[in-house]
Ligand binder design. Structure first.
Ligand SMILES: *[C@@H]1O[C@H](CO)[C@@H](O)[C@H](O)[C@H]1NC(C)=O
Length: 415
């Protein structure tokens, strides 16, 4: 079990990732000094023995000292992660608070807000006036999204869930360079307090397979929370295609530090979530472990901002598959701090539904007919702005237009 923990993380670790995972500058010490700070599992393995060629002699003594040092000082799970073994299951839980979180750098994202509204324009939620909810902590619901045919319908459906949820600020971060005016209008119309920002994935990651989707967006949202100095409220990462039970919001609003709950429709088991015994989270059920200490889905936890504010190095490195794990490590999570929700994790309050993706629709019509002689010009323009369908003059078959069951040429109807 020993090195699998660590090695599973390593092959996918690109140099870029290490920008985030590297130790803080003041923790870097000259190599080959006996007092070198114990390396952390998140730090590239190469850095443990990196000085070998440059200083062979001191290394012999240094190594022995170092091994002894590790045994005496490192927490159990660090030893396991380094492949040194010797820790029992239980001591794994006794890891130092913050040991993880020290190894991240603070976020430094540039933010581009497209539009924002802090006022709640809804009068009633769940049949009660807005004023009834004033005392509740705000849920910051972070939705990464990206341009595709299904984007606007997904956001519309999600909005209609969120419309029922009082005291919620919706952070919508779009994976593109430019603000989409159509989305501004859409978000504004719902009357839910929101922030619409653009946060494109850095180009160096675009060609990676798998690409770290949604990470730039969530990082931007984390930066926004930091910039607004929010230390009261709850953070939740809610993708645009999931299905949310309204009880989820009641449950996560109670979060003191970090709450967790099962997510339905995940991977091979159709579920991913904590194992709970006597009201405490003790382990996890998820069909993909891969060395993750916190093998949970992005939708399977919520974090109190008061708790998160204690960790200045909150981060989400660009590491596909490990986003949740590394984020939770960056906020120094400990097993015994986790609050199980959803009736001790027996109920599903969120589903990882996925919409079938199809390529853009294409309607072949002569553009001269896309004027105000009919609705089609405006309709197809709207669909274009939503990224759902485009028009063409010469590709594929002419658009089918019919009347009384008979196909007509569009000129016959539109001119
Ligand atoms: C969870 O389990 C614990 C221990 O069995 C119990 O005391 C507690 O009431 C349970 N919580 C809920 C919400 O059912």
């Amino acid at each position: 079990m020993s090195s699998a923990h660590y090695q599973a993380l390593e092959p996918q670790t690109s140099d870029e990732d290490n920008e985030d995972i590297e130790r803080r500058p003041h923790q870097k010490r000259p190599r080959c000094t006996a007092a070198a700070a114990p390396p952390h599992p998140m730090v590239r393995k190469g850095s443990v023995g990196g000085g070998r060629r440059r200083c062979v002699l001191p290394l012999v003594g240094g190594t022995l000292f170092f091994i002894a040092f590790c045994y005496l000082t490192l927490s159990g799970d660090t030893r396991i992660a380094l492949g040194l073994g010797g820790a029992s299951e239980d001591s794994e839980e006794a890891s130092h608070q913050g040991l993880d979180s020290m190894n991240f750098r603070p976020l430094n994202e540039s933010l581009h807000v497209c539009s924002e509204n802090f006022e709640d324009h809804r009068k009633f939620m769940q049949d009660k006036p807005r004023s009834d909810y004033e005392q509740l902590p705000v849920i910051y619901f972070v939705t990464p999204t990206y341009p595709r045919r299904e984007q606007i319908p997904e956001l519309t459906r999600l909005a209609h869930t969120l419309l029922h949820v009082p005291r919620l600020h919706w952070l919508v971060a779009d994976d593109q360079e430019k603000c989409n005016g159509y989305m501004d209008t859409l978000l504004n119309r719902f009357g839910i307090p929101y922030t619409h920002m653009v946060s494109p994935m850095p180009s160096k990651f675009r060609n990676e397979k798998p690409a770290p989707r949604g990470v730039a967006n969530r990082r931007a949202a984390l930066q926004w929370l930091r910039q607004h100095n929010l230390t009261n409220g709850i953070l939740y990462f809610g993708d645009d295609d999931n299905t949310y039970d309204l009880r989820l919001f009641t449950e996560i609003r109670k979060t003191q530090r970090v709450s967790m709950f099962p997510v339905g429709l995940i991977a091979d088991y159709g579920v991913s979530g904590p194992v709970v015994r006597k009201g405490k989270v003790v382990a996890f059920l998820d069909s993909w472990v891969a060395g993750r200490r916190w093998p949970v889905d992005m939708a399977g936890f919520a974090v109190s901002l008061e708790y998160m504010a204690q960790y200045p190095y909150v981060n989400m490195p660009y590491k596909p598959g490990y986003e949740e794990d590394l984020f939770l490590r960056s906020i120094g999570l400990k097993m015994d701090q986790i609050e199980p929700r959803g009736n001790n994790c027996t109920e599903i309050l969120v589903w990882h539904t996925q919409t079938k993706s199809k390529k853009l629709g294409m309607v072949r019509l002569e553009s001269k007919y896309l004027d105000d002689r009919s609705n089609l010009g405006a309709l197809l323009l709207n669909l274009k702005l939503m990224g759902v369908a485009g028009t063409t003059e010469n590709e594929g078959r002419n658009a089918l237009i019919s009347k009384n069951g008979r196909e007509k040429s569009h000129s016959a109807i539109l001119s």
